[in-house]
Design a protein around this ligand. Structure first.
Ligand code: SF4
Length: 456
């Protein structure tokens, strides 16, 4: 495959995607559903789809990703999967005692036109149990749109207004790791803000080893908290691709105001997050957060001489790539190639606006709905010093001998990363260490013996 990547010039294609920079919608819907407590994600399609989606998440998080399936065979594929879904819902409540089932569709069930609303309305759902759904055909969108649709479905199906304001802040963290969610919670804790994190994958996809298997780990947003979001004072959505739909749903349904921020990766985006919290809490920024910011700036100055002007290629999900690009620019790097596989949403315009601030528009190639095959061809023509993104970069890294710093989703060839944040000042510090070490390791490897530095 890598040998087949043309080395003479870049061949552009419009009708073929090779090595896409995304995966399918249900992966994201499944991940979002795991972030609500005692909820069983349910894949309405064939067993193969469910197996793939679960496996993909398990490989990234190194944790079991639980989900049930309607297990379509030939009959359901021809006559519709209503009967399968009915049986599945009964079994999941009887056997696994879930409090809620979050159904997402697949290519197959969408293509045959299964009407989930009609199916679920016609079911006998036990008292106190709930079934919600999101439409996630995978021939459009990506895992990010699937996540976004399921996050909005929580609001559409569950949110209620009791008339008694809770004063709470709803935070939609976007498609990030449990370590990122914990970091965001630390900020909320520092400000003393009462909040609902929706969805909350911490203590689910990073649950500790206790010796006892828990089908439903203790984490996840409690369902009653999701219901009560209609009484919330405000909503902050982090990352417009993954979280804006949820914010819009709550505004539409219960007139809860919101603000959509970039995922807080890097200095400026974290500043925005911190100031939004400060405004909501009507309190100054806590000293502990100011210290974290100051430490980050100090380290950025220390390593600036090694990063300045180095060319980096960045790939991954749009909200994350925007954050990584912004932070790369803050560090003096030149984002020579910036791609995402997720369509729509003005990705290219957002990246171009960032590049304009540094007068770098002409030095960068930016593309949404892109793939790694085209990116590889471009890197062959004009190499970079660093790759920044998911494991899918690994083949280009090996073929072209370029250091790779892993960030985003999926990272399926390394461990521990889901526990470590890339958001906030501490997350940026971690990224800074990884990027500068990668550059310095390469410098050490390639320099002459007499130039090998022990003290940097
Ligand atoms: S058939 Fe569609 S939903 Fe199923 S795994 Fe493939 S892309 Fe995903």
């Amino acid at each position: 495959m890598l040998d087949a990547t043309p080395r003479d010039k870049v061949y552009e294609r419009t009708a073929l995607v090779s090595n896409p920079c995304k995966t399918c919608q249900p992966v994201g819907a499944l991940y979002a559903a795991l972030g609500v407590h005692k909820t069983m994600p349910h894949s309405h399609g064939s067993q193969g789809c469910a197996a793939f989606h679960r496996m993909f998440l398990t490989r990234h998080f190194k944790e079991p990703a639980m989900a049930s399936t309607s297990a379509f065979t030939e009959g359901a594929s021809v006559f519709g999967g209503g009967a399968n879904l009915k049986t599945a819902v009964r079994n999941v409540f009887d056997v696994y005692d879930a409090d809620m089932i979050a159904v997402h569709t697949t290519c197959l069930s969408e293509t045959i036109g299964d009407d989930l609303h009609a199916f679920i309305s016609d079911m006998d759902i036990p008292d106190g149990k709930r079934v919600i759904y999101a439409n996630t055909p995978s021939y459009v969108g990506s895992h990010i749109t699937g996540f976004s649709s399921m996050a909005a479905a929580f609001i559409d199906h569950l949110a209620e207004k009791s008339g008694k304001p809770s004063g709470k802040l709803v935070v939609v963290p976007g498609y990030v790791n449990p370590g990122d969610v914990r970091e965001l919670k630390d900020y909320l804790g520092e400000f003393g803000i009462k909040y609902t994190m929706l969805p909350d994958v911490s203590d689910v996809m990073d649950s500790p080893m206790t010796g006892t298997f828990e089908l439903f780990p203790k984490g996840g947003t409690p369902i009653e908290e999701v219901v009560a979001t209609g009484d919330a004072a405000y909503l902050l959505a982090l990352g417009s691709w993954a979280s804006a739909a949820c914010a819009n749903a709550l505004k539409r349904k219960h007139d809860v105001d919101n603000r959509v921020l970039d995922t807080p990766i890097g200095v400026a985006a974290t500043d925005e997050w911190v100031m939004a919290l400060s405004k909501f809490a009507s309190s100054p920024v806590p000293a502990a957060i100011e210290v974290q910011r100051g430490q980050l700036i100090d380290c950025m100055l220390d390593v600036h001489q090694y990063l300045d002007g180095k060319r980096v290629a960045i790939a991954g999900d749009p909200d994350i790539v925007i954050g990584l690009t912004a932070f790369a620019l803050e560090c003096g790097l030149v984002p020579a190639y910036v791609i995402t596989g997720t369509p729509g949403g003005g990705f290219e315009e957002r990246i171009t606006a960032l590049l304009e601030q540094y007068n770098l528009v002409d030095k960068c190639w930016v593309k949404s709905e892109a793939d790694y095959f085209e990116l590889h061809q471009r890197i062959i023509q004009q190499p970079v010093d660093l790759l920044l993104g998911p494991s899918l970069f690994k083949q280009i890294a090996k073929a072209e001998d370029i250091p790779l710093v892993r960030a985003g989703f999926p990272i399926i060839d390394r461990y521990v990363h889901p526990y470590q944040p890339i958001v906030g000042y501490r997350g940026a510090l971690r990224l800074l260490e990884a990027m500068s070490n990668a550059i310095l390791d390469r410098q050490d490897r390639d320099c002459n013996d007499e130039d090998l530095e022990f003290v940097m």
